[in-house]
Ligand binder design. Sequence first.
Ligand code: CA
Length: 724
Amino acid sequence: MGLIMNRVKLWRIAGSIWRGYGAGSQQLGSVLQGTVLRGSGLAMQIRLTLREMFTHGRLFKFLAIVAGLLPFSASVCAARGEVPTQSDVGTGYDWPSYGRAYAQNHYSPLAEITSSNVFRLGLAWWFDIPGVVLAQSEPLEVNNTLYFVTGYSVVRAVDATTGSLLWSYDPHVYEVAGRKMQFLWGVRGLAFRNNKIFVGTHDGRLLALDAKSGAKVWSVSTTQPGDLRIISGPPLVFGSKVMIGHGFSEAGPLRGYVTAYDAETGRKVWRFFTVPGDLHRGFENKAMEMAARSWTGNQLKYGGGGAVWNAMTYDSELNRVYIGTSNGTPTNADERSPGGGDNLFLASIVALDADKGSYLWHYQTNPRETWDYDAATDIELARLTIDGVSHRVLMQASKNGFFYVVDRDSGKLLSAENFVRVTWATKVDLESGRPVEVSGARDPSNQDKIWPSGDGAHSWAPMAFNHNTGLVYIPALDAGAPGKCDDRSIVVNGFICWGVSTLIAWNPARKAASWKVRLPGVRSGGVATTAGNLVFQGRADGKFVAYAADTGRELWSFDAAVGITGAPITYEAAGHQYVSIVAGYGGAASELDPRWDARRESRRVLTFALDGKAELPPAMRKHTITPVSDPTFKTDAAGEAHGSLSFAEHCQMCHGSSGVAGGAAPDLRESPAILSAEAFRSIVKEGRLLSSGMPRFRQLTEAELESLRQYLRSRAKSLSTSDG
Ligand code: CA
């Protein structure tokens, strides 16, 4: 209960700051950085850390064979209702891209493991990932090699049947990321093409690595010198190109874009900006000219937002790419565009010509977005029969709580039903495509009553579409803003007052849920589904679970002994089907579950097969925090209050709300470093642990460092004098 109170209290503090700072954001050295929905830059950081933290071989070996099989495979795919894509053609044995195939359904046709025999699934091998690192990505498997990325964009290749390390590549992000180190989310996936592995690094580079040796083939900088653009999403390969977006508008004003490069050389082919630039400097294209008419005021000269931090999908039938854009900067639409306007292309799905990067159509989920409802959750392709008519569709389970089905040919909205509780709109009008907002939905004083919260009903953890069941499996969060409990709220793990984490099987043709499973914790991982009538998902409580795809019945589970936020894959190697997951916590996961301890938990790649017999070493003991003993500590209410806010701004994202860590980084209440001003300064301000992943906060003054330390010592003391 004490923890709940602390969290609520923190929210109230944050709220008062939001109100108190108004538009006076100069303190943060940026004209725009602070002007978010509820106030200033400091508030933005607090809000960010609280609300957004929950809130990215064989195929080519037999090209000749593949070419010969193309007509046959395509017809088979069509018969099953799948979207035929290059990655589906030929084998389906591999998982060579994020989501496996171009349609990004996170679906595999493999069926050695089925709902009838999954009880025999056992651990085949595991790989211990060294260091205290973020581990939340979706691996790739190509030609008997498994590739995965963790921590500061470190890529590893292991044998897909044994887990033995083949190579690793460390791009040394911490040496070049500068201030970007303070906004670590972790990279969520990789791409593969023609014996190359592609990774977008946290600091903003796009790298091509030799898939066999791990040697760097080329590297380009995809961001601008001195900006705060980071990369968290996976690259997208299509044709001979590889494309990357970036995050994240919350760090400050930026102008979102995606860039396509030649996959062989790294040469830039095209770039598409998602919002217009300075209106007085002309437009790159007609789309920007059109978009500019939906903006007012002069904020665009700083950058309006619209980062493509996650969703990018290639449509091989229409040779298009679809990108999902974030909300705007500032978040508050009235500050961003004070004279009105929809603010294109924020919170939009935009279709682009794959060859030229030119605009084709857009669908904006939230005109004049103001709630942090990015349209950046994954975009999955299918063919669906809706009301008797067959359509080529794309599907998105949005942060805003609606499940969108959009006709890919025209961009017309076909359906939009809420898959969780939604209080900001009554429905989406299918004719206009616009949401019907409830009165008061934009009132700042109402924001803590709105469902879903800005954390999103669904975020970057991917959903999965199973062609056989016709169901989409959504890792969902049915929740309003924290700190306001009502009769639908639950206390998750005794930690916070929140809504319900669920796995929802959504029927996009019937526009209704088929089944739901309530999950432990706040956020669980992404989903994969198979022709074996299975759905796999890792959960916040450390269980890796297989459900029956048709009924949602839990059929099998494995105790990974660490919370899971990544997404599983399945592949065939040496004649057998394997299921693999990166087990560990992702960026901004600090509040997922305080049972996990960053120093003691083992982040691992876990890989399963029928009759697998491997056994993990004994799980870590249930952890209790041992606060540092600090007999010289003296209470200083003012210092602690300031330190509390400073902690929320700078530290909480990784080290946990109110200093209660959730597994992403160490619990500082037991860190001896807080006992020594000198040790604390050398780590926090001077970057002594930079190479281990602890960012350097050069901007902190001595007084701020001291108040932070005061706050942490106070937190340690209150733990040592309570029952824990
Ligand atoms: Ca956002």
